[in-house]
Design a protein around this ligand. Structure first.
Ligand SMILES: *Cc1c(COP(=O)(O)O)cnc(C)c1O
Length: 387
């Protein structure tokens, strides 16, 4: 199986291995499994927190798509992150992280800093010299997100892996925005890939889930041990639903990308727009690295609108097809203003230093017909500038 669409559908599944030849993996709801003899109590499935047949199918598919050896499904992206962190860190260890990380990840890091003496150093990891310097002072984990949120910064994964490994650190890559369809960090040297599967992997804004995939035996064992110890596993029903979603992931991603690219180019030509952030545009500072390490640029577009924050608010409130909501990655288009919504808890000065201005708008471009989306944007822009 070479093709991404074939793999998304068939990986990890074999109907002939099910009891009745089910074309779709059955949902195994049992939490415990009966044995014939006390001699077998440790064999096969024992208890569903440790492993469950439906979750297993999903975990095999996740591992295969990311080109890893072991996959793990969690009850949310943050549950996956917490499990990874606890399986690797000791008190006093240091994390070097991209400055533009998902807010919930930074909150987890703050807890580790405050209560367990873990040291966290944020750097603009698009600057490899800055990253090298920070990691050179000792680190246990290098944690990056690429493309990042909301500025879609691109970090060179191969170089970040080299820098991490030279200092004996693990590289963790949050691959939520790219998905394995467009980027496979493990093939570029990363040690662990994590996902908020709530986003593109689910794709329908109806599952909260997380995923982690690793290659190395020791990491696989450590994560599996901690997954069972903490117990933030994905339920059998949600595992089945996520399996169903992933079968259309490559097909969906292709449309997300082509719509996002069309919209990014359209916005870049419009003189009411100050600046567009999309890694597929040659004007994007990370474009060359993105072209090397990604097979596509995914479906997120951010831009700064002219006229100030009031115009930004009028614009997002005038859109009809783009719903005003946090989150991303679903088939329906969403829009938000990071300074007022997803990043409202970041102090303004820090936000501005990161480049997240008050007039920045983030769009999760869905898979609707792009002509309809552009006509929605066009109408909302007119309304926003009329008043
Ligand atoms: C949403 C998100 C998370 C957190 O995932 P949950 O499923 O909401 O717990 C982590 N990283 C990124 C990049 C995200 O967008």
């Amino acid at each position: 199986m070479k093709g991404e669409r074939t793999r998304a559908i068939h990986l990890g599944e074999d109907p002939l291995e099910t009891q009745h030849g089910d074309i779709v993996p059955p949902i195994h709801v049992a939490v415990t499994f009966a044995k014939k003899s006390v001699r077998d109590v440790e064999s096969g499935y024992v208890y569903s927190r440790t492993s469950n047949p439906t979750r297993d199918v999903l975990e095999r598919k996740l591992a295969g798509l990311e080109r890893g050896k072991c996959g793990f499904a969690f009850s949310s992206g943050l549950a996956a992150e917490a499990t990874i962190l606890l399986s690797i860190l000791r008190s006093g260890d240091k994390i070097v992280a991209l400055d533009d990380l998902y807010g919930g990840t930074k909150r987890l890091f703050r807890i580790l800093e405050g209560r367990f003496g873990v040291r966290v150093r944020y750097v603009d990891a698009t600057n490899l010299h800055a990253l090298e310097k920070a990691v050179g002072e000792g680190a246990r984990i290098v944690w990056i997100e690429t493309p990042s949120n909301p500025l879609l910064k691109i970090v060179d994964i191969r170089e970040a892996a080299r820098i991490a490994h030279e200092s004996g650190a693990f590289l963790v890559v949050d691959n939520t925005f790219a998905t394995p369809v467009f980027q496979k960090p493990l093939t570029l040297g990363a040690d662990i890939v994590i996902h908020s599967a709530t986003k593109y992997l689910s794709g329908h804004s109806d599952i909260l889930a997380g995923a982690a995939v690793a290659v190395e035996e020791e990491l696989c064992e450590g994560i599996g041990f901690m997954q069972n110890a903490l117990g933030a596993v994905l339920s059998p029903h949600d595992s089945w639903l996520l399996l169903r979603s992933i079968k259309t992931l490559p097909a969906r991603m292709r449309i997300h990308e082509s719509n996002a690219k069309t919209i990014a180019e359209w916005l870049e030509r419009d003189d009411r727009v100050e600046k567009v952030y999309y890694p597929g545009l040659s004007s994007h500072p990370g474009h060359d690295v993105a072209r090397r390490q990604m097979a596509g640029y995914s479906g997120m577009v951010s831009f700064e609108i002219k006229g100030g924050p009031e115009v930004a608010v009028r614009f997002v409130e005038s859109l009809r097809l783009f719903h005003l909501a946090e989150s991303l990655g679903g088939v329906e288009s969403l829009v938000e203003i990071p300074s007022l919504m997803t990043h409202a808890s970041v102090p303004r000065e820090e936000r501005l230093r990161l480049g997240i201005g008050d007039s920045l708008i983030r769009m999760s471009v869905g898979i609707e017909d792009v002509e309809d989306l552009i006509s929605d944007i066009e109408t909302a822009l007119k309304r926003a500038f009329e008043q």
